[in-house]
Design a protein around this ligand. Structure first.
Ligand code: NAD
Length: 446
């Protein structure tokens, strides 16, 4: 299949067209814009199987997980369809001596959406759906590791009643993304690594327009001594660590386990991990496909070697014998500590370090010891005990007796190296508009 890549002049041309067409879209009634997004969701449903296969072929996600991603994306769209009206409609917020004060919102204009490959539908929908609903035009740059999916998304949007030149995909790698930063966009919304995100923030700072950054994580999970169904907790933890090959921003990347239950938990965790089936991602039975980027293998091996050098033990995986590249067998490592890269750097792959802790105070101290701040999870039957720990963490989302979850009803918001701003929830609708206040005196005599 031939792939036409964009270059600076095609990108400039796309931007120009979006900029001209956006004004009319901004004045299209909100109900009409919502109807167009409804059509997009229906198309995702109609072509679900074909889209899921394309996603799996693009980046190796097991086919069941690809279908699940499309289904979840449609649920998020449903959230925006049901709640945008409430937040975007102008409201009289105050009345005083015949004076009316009205809060209204206007779209930002043409926004850039530079996206990641690990969940192209989910992270894409978080941005371009509320942006389009609010009346923006979108220059969408899918990741070079999910190009076919990015093209499908554009194709489906063009099939709806959204007019031409309101949504355009830019096809290319980081250099195409870099070119987006030179355009006078009205907002830059990025999902990807801290390294690229902080670079983007610096590059566009002088423009003083909104910048949204959804970045990486090193999310901790603490299993306390108060859990009554150890096997179920272990199974949930395995899913949190290894779903999508661990290539999730909110994957569990560090496990802390209370010493009272350490041995039985570890046993159950290893048992559940061994059940994962690695293989052809197009097969229904597969839990783990190949890694999306072969070069990640060296990165993961470096974290493993560093841990072993400093005294860690591999319990499962590690050596990639019998595991053809770019597959990577789930790797579980114990006797880890925070001098090791595996407990401090984002791994973004199927490897996990497990550390024994004596009490909540030690768990809290270790959970806090990170540059990131996306999510943290605690398994504990005593909810106030878990809540007390989560309240002390600098994170955007805390989870009790669940992990690796994103809800459209709550802001998806990273702190520190995990990002800036929020997508999802009402905050993720208001992220794509600028407020305007009106003060109206209807009768000068009053
Ligand atoms: P990445 O930073 O390598 O690339 C992301 C996007 O940026 C790609 O489209 C890429 O082409 C583009 N890009 C690269 N260099 C650029 C530049 N100089 N200027 C402009 N654009 C450029 O990240 P990735 O490998 O695609 O994604 C993995 C990372 O994303 C992980 O760190 C993961 O945790 C994070 N992520 C975060 C969330 C979240 O919601 N917080 C969701 C998914 C992924």
């Amino acid at each position: 299949m031939t792939l036409t890549l964009d270059n600076p002049s095609t990108i400039q041309c796309k931007y120009q067209k979006l900029s001209e067409a956006q004004k009319e879209w901004a004045h299209t009634e909100l109900s009409k814009r919502l109807e167009c997004i409804k059509q997009f969701s229906a198309l995702l449903g109609k072509f679900r199987e074909e889209l899921a296969r394309t996603l799996t072929m693009d980046m190796g996600k097991p086919i069941r997980q690809s279908r699940a991603e499309i289904d979840h994306a449609r649920k998020r769209i449903q959230y925006f369809l049901e709640h945008s009206h409430q937040w975007l409609t102008p409201q009289i917020v105050h009345h005083e001596f015949g004076l009316e004060e009205v809060l209204s919102y206007e779209p930002l204009g043409v926004i850039g959406n530079i996206s990641a490959w690990n969940y192209p539908y989910l992270v894409g929908v978080n941005v371009f759906v509320p942006a389009l609903i609010a009346g923006n035009a979108v220059l969408y740059k899918p990741s070079e590791y999910a190009t076919e999916t990015g093209k499908k998304i554009e194709e489906l949007i063009l099939e709806t009643d959204i007019p031409e030149n309101i949504f355009s995909a830019v096809i290319g790698d980081g250099s195409a993304g870099q070119h987006l930063l030179t355009l006078p966009l009205d907002g830059y919304f990025f999902t990807g690594s801290y390294k690229t995100g902080s670079h983007i923030a610096k590059q566009v700072a002088h423009r003083l327009v909104p910048v949204g950054l959804e970045l990486g994580g090193k999310d901790p999970l603490y299993v306390t001594d108060e859990i009554n169904d150890l096997q179920r907790v272990a199974k949930a933890c395995v899913e949190g660590c290894f779903y999508n090959n661990g290539q999730s921003c909110c994957a569990v990347e560090r496990l802390y386990v209370h010493h009272e239950i350490y041995q039985p938990f570890l046993y159950a965790f290893l048992q559940e991990t061994q059940k994962l089936k690695m293989g052809n991602p197009l097969l229904e039975s597969t839990d783990q496909g190949p890694l999306t980027r072969a070069q990640q293998i060296d990165f993961l091996n470096d974290q493993i070697e560093d841990a072993i050098k400093k005294g860690a033990h591999i319990l499962l995986g590690g050596t990639q014998e019998g595991c053809p590249e770019p597959f990577f067998s789930p790797t579980v490592i114990e006797h880890v500590d925070h001098s090791m890269k595996i407990m401090r750097e984002e791994s973004f792959g199927p490897i996990i370090g497990i550390q024994k802790v004596q009490n909540d105070a030690e768990a809290l101290e270790l959970m806090q010891d990170t540059d990131y701040g996306l999510t943290a999870s605690i398994y504990c039957d005593d909810i106030p005990r878990a809540q007390n720990i989560l309240e002390q963490l600098d994170i955007g989302n805390g989870m009790i007796n669940c992990c690796d979850r994103v809800s459209p009803h709550l802001p998806w918001s990273g702190r520190n190296h995990s990002g800036l701003g929020s997508t999802l929830s009402y905050l993720g609708i208001l992220a794509f508009v600028k407020p305007k206040g009106y003060q109206i005196k209807r009768n000068l005599d009053k």
